[in-house]
Write a protein that binds this ligand. Structure first.
Ligand SMILES: [Fe+2]
Length: 307
């Protein structure tokens, strides 16, 4: 069944391809966290969106820095782009977002999915956040829900709610390109884990099948790549058609029950991501560090024996 927001996205991809007005996309890959940051722009107007940035973090030293973002900023300036949007596909558990720094340097409206309030509520408990910690998403500039339309220059764009990996996951479809966050990975790698608080393998399967109703030619851009058996280079772009025919976890013919059984069994074998505790604390604050204490220093918490 094609629902209304999906029909909008489908039609948008077809129109973008028919008119050959396609977004230009430049990706910056952070090998330390296997994260792809995408800079998407409308070649006609040079308006742009930046999707899923990375704050460099040396956990042993407790030191943050901006080399990754500085490379993005240099590209944006050299290309003469106007950044309208800083889009987060979800509250990441494996890297810290650097959206506040990009916003300070380049501007743009910071967006995440509406269900971030659920994620904030869950993790505010995990980290015993003070009552002053807002759980209403107000750390972000705008919360988008399923089917919410926006523009990148003259290019049409729409957000699709694709929960499963986390409750708040959004895919952003801009022109003919779908930025799917951690719902799908490269066909030879499969799918993301669904065992974080609020995650659910069955919900993830449904979100993936929903995205797979986009036209086969739709370009798909991922948030992560980890290479794969037999492949020794990082790749972050594929197509809906390639996911249909070749995704090792969820190609055509894999039933919901089979996917759920595979995903749940696999997730039981996975350790926690190296940066989950720092990442979540910062990312539920839209990439801001926790309020400095009396000595002017920000601290991160380490809940013991809880996760
Ligand atoms: Fe993720």
């Amino acid at each position: 069944m094609t629902d209304a927001p999906l029909r909008v996205a489908l039609q948008q991809v077809e129109e973008a391809r028919a008119s050959a007005r396609l977004p230009a996309i430049k990706t910056f890959f952070d090998e330390a966290t296997f994260t792809a940051t995408h800079v998407v722009h409308d070649p006609a107007t040079r308006h742009a969106a930046i999707i899923d940035s990375v704050l460099d973090f040396d956990q042993a030293a407790g030191r943050t820095s901006h080399e990754s973002s500085d490379a993005v900023i240099a590209y944006v300036r050299e290309q003469g782009l106007a950044v309208d949007w800083l889009l987060e596909t979800h509250a990441h558990a494996d890297h810290l977002s650097d959206a506040p720094y990009l916003q300070q340097e380049l501007g743009g409206t910071l967006v995440i999915g509406r269900e971030i309030v659920t994620v904030q509520d869950v993790f505010a408990k995990v980290f015993n956040e003070p009552v002053s910690f807002a759980r209403d998403g107000s750390q972000f500039d705008r919360l988008m829900g399923d089917g919410e339309a926006f523009k990148v220059g003259d290019l049409s764009a729409v957000a699709l709610h694709v929960p499963g990996h986390t409750p708040a996951c959004l895919a952003y479809v801009i022109g003919d390109a779908a930025f799917v966050g951690d719902t799908l990975f490269m066909p030879d790698y499969g799918s993301a884990r669904a065992d974080f608080p609020g995650g659910d393998a069955r919900t993830l399967y449904r979100s993936i099948r929903r995205l797979m109703q986009l036209p086969a030619e739709a370009r798909v851009f991922l948030c992560h790549d980890y290479k794969a058996p037999g492949r020794d280079s990082y790749v972050w772009e594929t197509t809906i058609g390639a996911e249909h025919s070749g995704n090792v976890h969820v190609h055509d013919g894999v039933s919901e029950d089979d996917f759920v059984a595979m995903r749940e069994a696999r997730d039981k074998t996975l350790g926690m991501p190296r940066l989950i505790l720092p990442s979540i604390q910062v990312n539920i604050r839209a990439g801001h560090l926790p309020e400095p204490e009396g000595n002017g220093v920000s601290y991160l918490k380490l809940p013991l024996n809880l996760l």
